[in-house]
Design a protein around this ligand. Sequence first.
Ligand code: TRP
Length: 459
Amino acid sequence: MALGSDSGRGMWSNRWVFVLAAAGSAVGLGNIWKFPYIAGENGGGAFVLIYLVCVGLVGIPIMISEVMLGRTARSSPIHAMRKLTDLAGASRKWVFIGWMGVVAGFMILSYYAVIAGWALNYILLTAQGTFTEISADGAALTYNEFLASPLQLIFWHTLFMVLTIWIVGRGVSQGLEFAIRWFMPLLFILLLVLLGYSFTSAGFAQGLEFMFDTRFEAVSGETWLVAMGQAFFTLSLGMGAMMAYGSYVPENVSIGKTVMIIALLDTFVAVAAGMVIFPIVFANGLEAGQGPGLMFVTIPLAFGQLPMGEIFGTIFFVLVSFAAFTSAISLTEPALSYLVEEYNAKRKRVAISLGVMCWILGLGTVFSFNIWSTGYIIGQMTVFDFVDYVSQNIMLPLGGMLIAVFSVWVLPQTTVGEQLGIRGGFLGVLWKLLGGLVAPVCVLVIFVYTVMPLFTNAG
Ligand code: TRP
């Protein structure tokens, strides 16, 4: 049973567009920039295994819940939660999930656009040959000088934001679907080209070993925290992005199967990104454990030493930028669709207003790397650290947990059964066990572990 009418809201043309859209949201800086270096730092193959457990036991059930809630209500997350609480006869307090998601999306986009702007700049720098045969110090200097210049950061941040707003302002079919249909296939092609390139590089075996050698001695409780946080962020869970995308899913699409394909694609891209990055890094005898600087210092440096590195390095940053665009557009959708529905406003106008506000908040991140780099908000956190921490480590897990609990324990299970095609039996038990118990409890445990130190170490 669908609760809303879909007139004028737009709808994905078919199942595959939804798969690409959701995969486009999922595949982003989280996969290409973050996954490879945290896997490397946390035990290689051992981390990959733990991460897969998190995706399977927690990520997939929560994503199924989100998409299902969206499709049942066919509205923006806030309106969806209103309709669904009425349907369930439950307290309107659950609508909090929708509001928190809007705020979280706004916060994430504010810094996401800044970092994505760096990738745009690096397309230009690499194409110009800035990194050709550059020294390690030279690459670090380029990066540090760039970060030290607020004006340059603002320029690229603005460009990224304007393009994102332009795409989302055009609507679901002409904006989102159009961008996704072009960017996602291109992204996969570029990734395969780069895989081929790294396969032929001298560091391929060593790179594989670094990623897949299961170093269980490097695993600790902390590893589980990191893996769970990564699973949430990379699958775009906990803030209603998947709910908003789910609201455009045609009735005849199987949510369970589709979500599994999306999770697989996302994991494939993360692993493939590692297989592109590490061989190239090792082929140059460089250090892989560079943390966040891996993408903007080590990688340009590595490409700069390789034959045709300008071309392939440029391709790499184009890939990163595409991935970032298709993620950024999903971050705006919960807020945008809410405002359009609530005030019957023009999508374009709402998109521009949201973009301007988000851009202003993003200045906080821009300045965190230069003039405000010691302007701590709490403890040693800059504006960027704070916005990142609160959205990613507090709001997303909290949202995800509430979404799963709501779907299993509050929503009438006849509705869920119809949406997911579950008629009791094994799948019914699995749904209750994973969605209703395992996922929320895991998130709760992790949540307590991440948030507690904040209070005990405060000051
Ligand atoms: N998943 C994206 C990435 O890996 C980021 C992202 C897009 C996101 N939409 C989201 C993260 C919603 C959390 C919630 O880069």
